[in-house]
Design a protein around this ligand. Structure first.
Ligand code: NFS
Ligand code: SF4
Length: 637
C-alpha cells in the first residue's frame, strides 16, 4: 500500500494497481521501476546519437570526452536534442490538424458524405478572419477555401507568416516573432528545416538552434489552432456539458467501448455510430452501449458529446483490467503499446485504425473519411461480438467516479462572461483581476509522467492556487486528472476555492442560466485545444490594452511527458507566458541551454520555463509570478 501511495493519488488507479500486483500483471509503473537507474547522460541531454559515429556521451570535466567525435560541444548537443523533441511534437499536432483540414476539403467537395458543416457561424467567423470571401457565397464554397487556406499553411512557398498564427495573435507578438525571425511561413518547412539544421555538421550555435526550435514550436501552435477551428466547424463548438469521470463510469451491464488517442474524426463518428447501433447491443443481451474516453480523443468527445472520461494517459492500462472493456479503439498518439499485453489477459479487443499507428496483435480496421460511418459501425459490431466473450469472474470495477462539467470552449467562456457583461464579456475576467477578486489565471496542460506520483502534482498545485484565488483552466491529461478528482465540478469549488475565487465562480454561476453548478477548473479541451487558451490570453491582453507578457497569466505542465508537451511549452513561453514544468527535461547538461530556457527567454519573449519537481514549491513559484504581474499591472493602470 505504501508503494501504491507513491504511485498514484487516484483511488481507482490505486485499487487497480493492487489488483495488478496480486495478479502479476506488469504495468507502466513496474516497467518504470525496472528502468531505474536511468542513464545520466540521457537524463541530462548530453548523449548525442545524431550520427552513427556516436553515441557520443559528454563529460565536460574529462579531457577528450568534453566534446563529441565531430567536435560538437555539449551546448550544441543539448540544444539539438531538445529541438528535435519539438520537431516530433509539432509533426504530431500539425499532422492531426492536416487530417482535419483534408476532411473539411472532402466535405466541401462532396467526398466525405458522413461529415458535414455543423457550426456554420464558426465557419463564417474563421473565414472572415483568415481572409476568405463570404459575401453571397455558398457555405461549401467558403468551406473549401477555408480548407485550402489551412492546407496552405503547411506548405505555402511565399514568405508570409502562417495564416493561423498571424490571424490569432496580437500586433505586439507579431512584431516580436518577426523581429526574432521565428514566425514560420509553412509548417512542414519549419519542421523539415529543423531536422536539417540539427543534422551533423550543420548548426553548432545553440541559440540559433533554439530559435529554429521555437519556429517549429510556433508551427505546432499553427497546426493546433487550425485543428481546433476546423474541428469545431465539423462537429460543433463545445458548450457546457455534464458528464462523469474515472473507472466507475464503466458499466457492467453495457457494452463498454473506449476511444483512445487524439483525432476526433474517428471518435466522433464512433459516437454517432453507437447511437445507431443501440438496438443491436440490446439484442446481444446488453443494456446498451457505453462509450468512454481515454486521453485527448476522449477530451474531444467529452467536450462536444458529454462522453465520460475513463482515465488519463498514466493509467490507460488499468481501464482494461476492469474486465468489462469490450473494445479499445485507438487512433493516434499516446496509446501505450503496453495496453496489448493487458488486453491479452482479458477479453478486450484492441482495434487500431490508422495506417501509421498499429500494434502487433491488434485488430486493424482502416478508417477512411469516405467510409467513416461504415468503418465506425464495423468496429462497434466487433465490440458487440466481443461482449459475449467477457469473463464474469474477471470483472472488477473500482467504484469511483466524479461529476464533471466540461465543454468550455473559448466561445463558451465568452458566453458565460457575456451573461454578466454582454458588451464586453472578457471584461468580466479582467475586471475581477483588476479588482483583486481573483489574482490571475493559470492554465494547466499536459500529460502524466511516471517520474511523478500519478495525478498528484497537478491536483496539489491546483489546490494551492485555488486557495490563493487564481482562476484555472485546463486541457489534456491534466484535465483528466482534475475530472477524476472532482475539480471539474462544484465539489472542487466548495472544497478548495479561496474566498475571491469562490465569489467570482458563484457570480458566473448565478448568471449562467445553466442547470449545473460551475467547476473549480474550466475544461477547455484536448491538447490541440491549447489554442483556445491562447485565444483567452490574447483577448485578455487586448482588453486591458497590454502585452501578453504583462498579463497575470501562467501555465503549468505538472507531468509533461510527450514531445508534444515540449513543443506546446515552447510556443507558450514564446507567446510570453511563464510556464512551470514539473519534470526536468534533459537540459541540465548545458548550463547555457538551461539558462536560455529559464532566463534569456524571459528577456527576449517575456515567457520562460520554471522547472520545479516539488508541487508545493511549484505552486508557490507560479502564484508568485502571477501575483507579481498583477501587482505591476495595477501600478501601470
Ligand atoms: Ni497531450 Fe493528449 Fe495526454 Fe500528454 Fe498525450 S493524451 S495530446 S500528450 S499524455 S496530455
Ligand atoms: Fe557524436 Fe557529433 Fe555524431 Fe553527435 S553528431 S553522434 S556528437 S560525432
Amino acid at each position: 500500500t505504501q508503494e501504491i501511495n507513491r504511485r498514484t493519488v487516484d483511488p481507482a488507479a490505486a485499487e487497480m494497481l493492487e489488483y495488478a500486483e496480486s495478479a502479476k500483471m506488469s504495468t507502466a509503473w513496474d516497467r518504470y521501476k525496472a528502468q531505474q537507474p536511468q542513464c545520466k547522460f540521457g537524463l541530462t541531454g548530453v548523449c548525442c546519437r545524431i550520427c552513427i559515429q556516436g553515441p557520443c556521451r559528454i563529460i565536460p570535466t574529462k579531457a577528450g570526452m568534453d566534446k563529441g567525435i565531430c567536435g560538437a560541444d555539449v551546448y550544441t548537443i543539448v540544444a539539438r536534442n531538445l529541438v528535435r523533441y519539438i520537431a516530433g511534437g509539432a509533426s504530431a499536432h500539425s499532422d492531426h490538424g492536416r487530417e482535419i483540414a483534408y476532411t473539411l476539403l472532402a466535405v466541401a467537395e462532396g467526398h466525405a458524405p458522413d461529415y458535414k458543416i455543423t457550426d456554420k457561424d464558426k465557419l463564417m467567423r474563421v473565414a472572415k478572419r483568415v481572409g476568405v470571401e463570404t459575401e453571397g457565397r455558398e457555405v461549401l464554397e467558403i468551406a473549401k477555401d477555408v480548407a485550402i487556406k489551412a492546407l496552405e499553411d503547411f506548405g505555402k512557398y511565399d514568405h508570409d507568416p502562417c495564416t493561423w498564427l498571424y490571424t490569432t495573435i496580437d500586433e505586439e507578438r507579431k512584431a516580436k516573432f518577426k523581429q526574432t525571425t521565428i514566425a514560420p511561413t509553412a509548417i512542414d518547412r519549419s519542421i523539415a528545416q529543423l531536422l536539417h539544421q540539427t543534422h551533423i555538421g550543420v548548426d553548432a550555435d545553440p541559440v540559433n538552434i533554439i530559435f529554429g526550435g521555437l519556429r517549429a514550436a510556433l508551427s505546432d501552435y499553427t497546426g493546433m489552432s487550425l485543428a481546433t477551428d476546423i474541428t469545431d466547424i465539423l462537429f460543433g463548438t463545445p458548450v457546457p456539458v455534464l458528464t462523469e469521470a474515472n473507472l466507475g463510469v464503466l458499466d457492467p451491464e453495457k457494452i463498454n467501448i473506449a476511444v483512445h488517442g487524439h483525432n476526433p474524426l474517428l471518435s466522433q463518428m464512433v459516437v454517432y455510430a453507437a447511437r445507431e447501433l443501440e438496438a443491436e447491443a440490446k439484442a446481444a443481451g446488453a443494456k446498451g452501449i457505453n462509450l468512454v474516453g481515454i486521453c485527448c480523443t476522449g477530451n474531444e468527445v467529452l467536450m462536444r458529446e458529454g462522453v465520460p472520461t475513463a482515465t488519463n494517459f498514466g493509467s490507460q492500462e488499468l481501464a482494461i483490467m476492469t474486465g468489462v472493456l469490450d473494445t479499445m479503439i485507438m487512433d493516434v498518439q499516446c496509446i501505450a503499446p503496453g495496453v496489448k499485453d493487458i488486453c491479452d489477459c482479458f477479453h478486450t479487443l484492441l482495434v487500431s485504425t490508422s495506417n501509421i499507428a498499429k500494434i502487433p496483435g491488434s485488430y486493424h480496421v482502416e478508417f477512411k473519411e469516405a467510409t467513416a460511418m461504415e468503418d465506425a459501425k464495423k468496429i462497434i459490431k466487433l465490440a458487440i461480438e466481443q461482449y459475449a466473450k467477457r469473463k464474469p469472474e474477471l470483472v472488477k470495477i473500482p467504484p469511483y467516479k466524479k461529476q464533471v462539467v466540461g465543454g468550455f470552449s473559448f466561445e463558451a467562456m465568452m458566453d458565460l462572461f457575456g451573461k454578466i457583461n454582454p458588451d464586453s464579456p472578457i471584461s468580466v475576467l479582467t475586471d475581477a483581476i483588476m479588482a483583486g477578486e481573483i489574482k490571475g489565471v493559470c492554465a494547466f496542460a499536459g500529460c502524466n509522467n511516471q517520474k511523478t506520483v500519478h495525478d498528484d502534482p497537478g491536483l496539489t498545485i491546483a489546490r494551492e492556487l485555488a486557495k490563493r484565488d487564481i482562476f484555472m483552466v485546463s486541457t489534456g491529461c491534466m484535465a483528466g486528472a482534475f475530472a477524476k478528482a472532482g475539480y471539474l465540478s462544484s465539489e472542487g469549488v466548495e472544497a478548495y476555492a479561496g474566498p475571491g475565487l469562490k465569489k467570482f465562480i458563484k457570480r458566473l454561476e448565478e448568471n449562467s442560466g445553466l442547470k449545473a453548478s460551475l467547476p473549480l477548473v474550466f475544461h477547455m479541451g484536448s491538447c490541440v485545444d491549447n489554442s483556445r487558451i491562447a485565444n483567452l490570453w490574447t483577448a485578455m491582453a487586448q482588453n486591458l490594452g497590454i502585452t501578453v507578457p504583462q498579463l497575470p497569466f501562467a501555465a503549468s505542465a505538472p507531468e509533461a511527458m510527450s514531445e508534444k508537451a515540449i513543443s506546446i511549452g515552447s510556443w507558450v513561453i514564446s507567446m510570453g507566458i511563464p510556464t512551470h514544468v514539473g519534470v526536468l527535461p534533459p537540459l541540465e547538461g548545458s548550463e547555457l541551454v538551461y539558462g536560455v530556457a529559464t532566463q534569456i527567454a524571459k528577456d527576449v519573449f517575456g515567457g520562460y520555463f520554471m522547472f520545479e519537481t516539488d508541487p508545493m514549491k511549484a505552486a508557490e513559484i507560479i502564484a508568485e509570478k502571477i501575483e507579481k504581474r498583477a501587482w505591476k499591472l495595477k501600478i501601470l493602470k
